[in-house]
Design a protein around this ligand. Structure first.
Ligand SMILES: Nc1ncnc2c1ncn2[C@@H]1O[C@H](COP(=O)(O)OP(=O)(O)O)[C@@H](O)[C@H]1O
Ligand SMILES: [Mg+2]
Length: 330
């Protein structure tokens, strides 16, 4: 049985915002599935609908075959949800936090204590179990948060931006735990992240979400292969248009687009690279900068959304800022 089935899922908030506009995907048991996309794309809303935290406007969602709309309480029992913002209580000890969360799930004290100790051990927090969570580092709090979402042994785990705002080292540590959960317990994990390179390394499949829709969904390798084999970035001193025309006519060259000051040339085969250089040389075009790389998920993102994730974020941030300023002036 599929772990998650989502069909034409859509969300319209009461203020009219269409946050999710018909999303469909299916997750096999034991998969790590990533949703990537800029701020406001609808990732959190999608997770909230599947985890019963917000109503489904239209479409359907099933977790381990259970209909989310018909049996929300049954779904809640078999899922773990770790929201973007920390949910642990700063005034309690780490151990107390976990026992409390177990009890909220209806576990008896003995079982909750046993499970809490196991999870503290798993997340390397045993040493700190009797300390106030307020004294924990950001990474420790996140680990405790993960532990808290696992107290009732969920079949499917939802992680919303589990590494946002953490430093690189802590991020990779969090991912190590996530990978272990997946491997050792065959846990299905749906994770959202801003970090494309993380998604690339850790997810079996990735959905790129933009404006409430999935614009691409596949294995990271297939997504990258799908947009061409390699990418050559070329900056020339002059004659950009002429260079573009010359390169365009070479056999084995795919799409050519501008990226900032560079020509971004898709190579269908790596062997075409020398021919490009020869053509430029024989036409006396002065090269300023050149690089060749295998496509990254960033390239995939640009290909499907027309802009880099970072640029899109800045744009949405500045749009939101302008809206706020306009409101303040009114
Ligand atoms: N409770 C809400 N009420 C109204 N609009 C919302 C609410 N929550 C989110 N939105 C809007 O829905 C869109 C999608 O948001 P969200 O799902 O949080 O995206 P993401 O997680 O990809 O950043 C955004 O435009 C956001 O402003
Ligand atoms: Mg979000």
């Amino acid at each position: 049985m599929k772990s998650i089935v989502v069909k034409d899922l859509a969300k319209r908030y009461s203020n009219g915002t269409e946050a999710v506009k018909g999303i469909s995907f299916e997750l096999e048991k034991g998969e790590i599935f990533g949703m990537v996309g800029p701020n406001g794309a609808g990732k959190t809303t999608t997770i909230k609908m599947i985890t019963t935290l917000t109503t489904i406007t239209s479409g359907d969602a099933f977790v381990s075959g259970i209909d989310v709309k018909k049996h929300p309480e049954k779904v809640r029992r078999i899922i773990g949800m770790v929201p973007q913002d920390l949910s642990v209580d700063d005034d309690l000890h780490g151990f107390e936090n976990l026992v409390l969360s177990g009890k909220l799930y209806g576990m008896d004290t003995k079982l909750a204590v046993k499970k809490a100790n196991m999870l503290l051990d798993f997340f390397d927090l045993t040493e700190f179990k009797d300390k106030d969570v307020g004294s924990y580092s950001g990474g420790m709090k996140k680990r405790l948060d993960l532990a808290s979402g696992l107290m009732h042994e969920p079949e499917v785990l939802f992680l919303d931006e589990p590494t946002l705002g953490l430093d690189t080292q802590t991020r990779s540590k969090i991912w190590d735990y996530v990978k272990r959960l997946n491997k050792e317990l065959n846990m299905t994990i749906l994770v959202t992240t801003h970090y494309l390179e993380e998604a690339d390394m850790l997810c079996n499949r990735i959905a790129i979400v933009d404006f409430g829709k999935i614009v691409a969904l596949d294995k990271p390798s297939a997504l990258k292969e799908g947009i061409g084999n390699s990418v050559m970035m070329v900056k020339v001193k002059n004659d950009l248009e002429k260079t573009k025309k010359l390169i365009e006519n070479i056999d084995g060259v795919g799409e050519i687009t501008m990226y900032k000051e560079d020509l971004k040339v898709t190579l269908k085969r790596m062997e075409v690279a020398p021919a490009i250089l020869e053509t430029m040389y024989s036409n006396k075009i002065t090269l300023e900068r050149l690089s060749i790389k295998e496509p990254s998920l960033d390239d995939v993102f640009i290909h499907y959304t027309g802009a880099a994730l970072r640029d899109r974020e800045e744009k949405t941030d500045s749009m939101a800022m302008r809206r706020t300023m306009r409101r303040m002036r009114q």
